[in-house]
Design a binder for this molecule. Structure first.
Ligand SMILES: C[S@@+](CC[C@H](N)C(=O)[O-])C[C@H]1O[C@@H](n2cnc3c(N)ncnc32)[C@H](O)[C@@H]1O
Length: 244
């Protein structure tokens, strides 16, 4: 099993910015996992039945999801990486994009009805500061829809990138995520999605041979659904509400 570095100190923000500019610049298309996560986020947003919400997307990257979210309300997208944000401003002029460090960038307090953040909390040096900041920007009763990599699964996956240089990879398990949120939020919904992993117990659970046999009696989507329900998805998703 690989050790994760839980970094608590901030590193050079310029190094981080450059890293993310390069990283986002490398991704020319949106991959299938991102599409699946976005679908789940939008499904949860719909179920909240918000009327023209003020939406904040934290760590919006190239801005494609922020553009999708703008079908539901006004959207502010924030990201440290200034190059994709400049491109997003030109591509989606109806979305308010801001380049800057989420911890310090100028945003209105107690303002947003919904915060969305996809695969971002784990790259913050201190995830609790991330949660505090999100809570400070939401109105009372405002919502958070958040996804992040599931530590249990990524720890048992051999092809994953283990390091982003100086960028932390603070993968979380559901219990840790719940503990991080509980000071400010009540949890409304949790799920895991996209079963994965090929080491340890997951080597057996996800083996082609075993799944090939099970598929003869249980349809594949049902197998995936069962694994997701028992918490074996590679992505954690939570919907939470800021306490009044
Ligand atoms: C793993 S990527 C996820 C991007 C996007 N949400 C997606 O799902 O494709 C993490 C994102 O967080 C952004 N980020 C990292 N540190 C940040 C900070 N301090 N403030 C704002 N954004 C940050 C990065 O620039 C990057 O776009």
């Amino acid at each position: 099993m690989h050790e994760q570095k839980l970094a608590t100190e901030r590193f050079d923000l310029n190094v981080e910015r450059q890293f993310w500019n390069d990283w986002i610049g490398e991704w020319k298309t949106v991959d299938s996992s991102s599409v699946r996560r976005a679908g789940a986020v939008v499904a949860q947003l719909r179920s909240l039945n918000l009327e023209n919400p003020r939406i904040l997307e934290v760590g919006c990257g190239s801005g494609w999801l922020a553009a999708e979210l703008s079908r539901f309300g006004s959207v502010t997208g924030v990201d440290l990486a200034d190059e994709p944000i400049a491109a997003a401003k030109a591509k989606y002029p109806h979305v308010d994009f801001i380049a800057g460090d989420f911890q310090t960038v100028d945003l209105p307090a107690v303002h947003f009805d919904l915060a969305v953040s996809v695969e971002v909390i784990s790259v913050f040096h201190d995830p609790s500061l991330f949660v505090n900041r999100v809570a400070s920007l939401l109105r009372s009763g405002g919502y958070l829809i958040l996804t992040c990599p599931h530590k249990f699964v990524w720890d048992r996956t051999d092809f994953v990138r283990r390091s982003h240089g100086e960028i932390p990879l603070n993968w979380l398990n559901m219990g840790e995520l719940k503990r991080l949120l509980r000071n400010h939020f009540s949890l409304l919904h949790t799920e895991t999605m996209m079963p994965a992993g090929n080491l340890g117990v997951l080597r057996l659970i996800n083996s082609y041979r075993l799944n090939g046999l099970i598929k003869k009696v249980v349809p594949e989507p049902s197998i995936v659904g069962i694994k997701e329900r028992i918490g074996l998805g590679k992505t954690l998703l939570v919907v939470a509400q800021k306490r009044v």
